[in-house]
Ligand binder design. Structure first.
Ligand SMILES: [Zn+2]
Ligand SMILES: [Zn+2]
Length: 89
């Protein structure tokens, strides 16, 4: 198994860790997506403010990754974050 890496250089311990890293890199504090819509966990557990109702926490996380990941994959820190295919060192 090869280490999963982000293009920013972040080395994740596993796929889930990498997904968490990507989500953190793209999710703005105010929950505003690139298209201007707002997504955050609402008062109802497992449901996004936009009305998306995840059947599980994973589904909601997947939703956040989908709406917050910009087309150019440039994160809040100005760096590009994307799962990098394993490359020979
Ligand atoms: Zn949403
Ligand atoms: Zn990264």
């Amino acid at each position: 198994m090869s280490t999963r890496r982000c293009e920013c250089g972040y080395a994740a311990s596993d796929a889930l860790d990498l997904q968490d890293h990507l989500q953190e890199s793209f999710t703005p504090l105010d929950g505003t997506a690139p298209d201007g819509s707002v997504h955050d966990e609402g008062t109802e557990p497992g449901r996004c403010l936009c009305g998306f109702g995840g059947s599980s926490a994973d589904a909601l996380d997947q939703h956040f990754r989908t709406v917050f990941t910009p087309r150019n994959h440039i994160g809040l820190d100005g760096r590009r974050h994307a799962a990098s295919p394993a490359r020979p060192a």
